[in-house]
Design a protein around this ligand. Structure first.
Ligand code: CTP
Ligand code: MG
Length: 599
């Protein structure tokens, strides 16, 4: 199979529906046209069969001309062959178009969703996104697979059959199409209603998948709080709603089909009756009558099919709209920025009155000012929700600061391309995420070059995770996650530290990276970190005073503001939050030790 070319689908966000669908067909338009022609020709061959039948009965039958009988026989076979071959070709070409267009769409969405900014992902639900990229894309595929072709085919069949009928007898032709306007009106109403019902159904399906996805992700919380029953009830409620909406959808079909059956039935009865009378009183021949019956049945078929086309069209268009809405979300421009330094960063960071808020507009950081020389270690301390993670997330431009000035090596941060910043900044996140790949792949993830096994091992040793990894049966090839080993929180963090070590960034951000390990490991890691921090600008967020007391400067945050600032000794000398935290932690540790020794 030929490779699917890629095209930029971004414009479908602003295109009109038809223009957008047309754009999606780039590279497949001829194939699609050929498919339509193929299917149309096959249909015409069938019309031809009925005409030939009439001819056979009227002009060949009863005359002992075996040559003509033989030729008509050949004609039937030929028409059947044409019908078969073109149906097959049309089907194949249509499938190629539908699959190709949706493959491209799916790839585009996958890429697009990854490029959307953090702020988008903060406010969207994973389950819903998954549904857009799967179920909605599939509805678009079904739309391309037949309604578009089907509609052209119906139009073609209808006009050709009508002309054939009119040639036979104009009055009969008119009688046979008298219900058509009603069918069309009914179909249109059905289409409108069906679109609404389908949209409601699709929205509810998104709710159901989000519910399921959240329950799977949060299964630990659910179990820990013994909320299974509550969650089950919630799941049932949402599924119940989907069931009701699904029933309404099926109900629509159940109303539409009998109605169109009755209409077409009446149509046939009247038509056949009139044609029968005409045959009896000799207005038309028996052959004409047979052709007529064949053509009318053949004409009714596309009308009957209109319903299915309509459903596929309405579902396809609704899903298309939902996809276009997602495509309309702006991607994070990775390479936008007018300043690219010659080599790496030095790592001097200056905040001056920086303010920041998330999309919802509530201020999260206010008037943040401090200066960090290249290579210094800055520690951030503060209660939960005080804005520590938000502050460091500004540096790789995960979010844009909304006030003040923030410079890196003397240049405004937002002049650097995001991709450059991210190649220079390494983050060990608060809750590191590991992929379901091998240990080796997880550690060398995102380095951007080939790394040797030795390098991976050196990084793992420095992060105090090497021993753990080699204790697994497959060592560095052990898979992480569902199909492999399950790591503890602390082990995950150490893999993440190894990963960042290997990346060798100029600026290092450690978000609480020692919080979920025991004291002994913490010591090991702190050693590794000290090694890692050497010569780099480092931002370290920690709750334990021990982890931050060696820093070149310590910022104490509270409610998004810097409330204290200095080195350990200075902060201890003041009677502020820092002293309080220190005293509290020291006392806790002493108590803990006493308890351990007395036990
Ligand atoms: N916040 C938000 N949208 C986000 C992340 C955070 O509105 N995507 C808000 C939070 O509600 C919080 C504030 O921003 O009030 C600061 O959050 P954060 O910087 O994450 O706080 P930390 O100091 O990092 O807290 P922790 O110690 O718990 O990690
Ligand atoms: Mg945080």
């Amino acid at each position: 199979m030929d490779a699917v070319s890629t095209i930029d689908l971004k414009p479908i966000a602003t295109d009109k529906r038809l223009a957008g669908l047309w754009r999606m067909m780039t590279g497949y338009r001829l194939t699609y046209l050929a498919a339509t022609l193929g299917v149309g020709l096959a249909a015409l061959a069938k019309t031809g069969t009925y005409l030939l039948l009439g001819y056979f009965v009227d002009d060949v039958l009863g005359q002992e001309d075996y040559r003509r009988v033989f030729l008509v026989g050949l004609g039937f076979i030929g028409l059947a062959a044409i019908q078969g071959v073109f149906t097959y070709m049309g089907g194949r070409l249509a499938a190629r178009t539908a699959e190709g267009v949706t493959l491209r769409l799916r790839n585009y969405l996958f890429d697009h969703i990854q490029r959307l900014p953090f702020s988008f992902h903060d406010r969207s639900q994973t389950g819903e996104l998954i549904q857009r990229a799967t179920s909605d894309v599939d509805a678009v595929r079904r739309f391309f697979a037949d309604p578009v072709i089907g509609v052209s085919r119906i139009a073609l069949l209808f006009s050709v059959n009508f002309v054939a009928l009119a040639n036979l007898n104009l009055r009969l032709a008119l009688i046979s199409t008298v219900v058509m306007p009603f069918v069309v009106i009914m179909s249109y109403l059905f289409f409108k209603k069906m679109s609404q019902i389908y949209e409601a159904y699709q929205n509810q399906e998104a709710v159901v998948s989000t519910t399921l996805q959240e329950n799977l992700t949060g299964v630990r919380v659910v179990k820990a709080f013994a909320r299974q029953d509550h969650e089950r009830d919630k799941g049932r409620r949402e599924s119940g709603e989907k069931y009701r909406r699904g029933r309404r959808r099926v109900g629509m079909h159940a109303t539409y089909w009998p109605l169109s059956d009755i209409l077409t039935g009446v149509q046939m009865a009247v038509g056949f009756g009139v044609a029968g009378l005409m045959t009896i009183n000799g207005t038309i021949t028996v052959g004409n009558f047979l052709t007529y019956v064949g053509l009318v049945i053949w004409l009714i078929w596309p009308v009957r099919n209109l319903g299915r086309m309509i459903v596929r069209t309405s579902t396809g268009l609704i899903s298309y709209d939902r996809i276009a809405k997602l495509v309309a979300e702006d991607q994070e421009p990775l390479d936008e920025g007018d300043y690219l330094p010659d080599g790496s960063l030095r790592g001097e960071v200056v905040f001056e009155g920086v303010g920041f808020e998330y999309d919802d507009g509530a201020s999260v950081l206010e008037d943040i000012s401090f200066r960090c020389e290249a290579g210094q270690a800055v520690a951030l301390l503060g209660s939960t929700g005080s804005g520590k993670t938000s502050l460091v997330n500004l540096l790789p431009r995960f979010y844009e600061y909304t006030g003040g000035s923030l410079t890196l090596d003397g240049v405004a941060l937002n002049r650097y391309p995001r991709s450059f910043l991210r190649s220079q900044i390494g983050i060990v996140e608060q809750e590191p995420f590991l992929f379901s790949r091998s240990m080796r792949e997880n550690i060398s993830y995102g380095v951007g070059r080939d790394v040797s096994d030795e390098e991976v091992e050196t990084a793992a040793r420095a992060a105090a995770i090497h021993e753990t990894i080699v204790s697994f049966p497959d060592g560095y090839d052990t898979l992480v996650g569902e199909k492999g080993v399950t790591l503890s929180g602390g082990q995950k963090q150490r893999v993440a530290i190894a990963r960042t070590l290997l990346k060798d960034p100029r600026i290092l951000i450690l978000d609480d990276s020692t919080s979920s390990v025991d004291t002994e490991t913490e010591g090991l890691i702190r050693q590794a970190l000290r090694f890692l921090m050497r010569g780099r600008t480092t931002f370290i967020i920690a709750h334990r005073i021990q982890s931050v007391m060696d820093a070149d400067q310590i910022l104490v945050l509270d409610k998004g503001r810097i409330v204290d600032h200095g080195v350990h000794d200075e902060l201890m000398a003041r009677d502020g939050i820092y002293r309080k935290v220190y005293d509290l932690q020291a006392r806790l540790e002493v108590e803990l030790e006493e308890e351990m020794t007395s036990a």
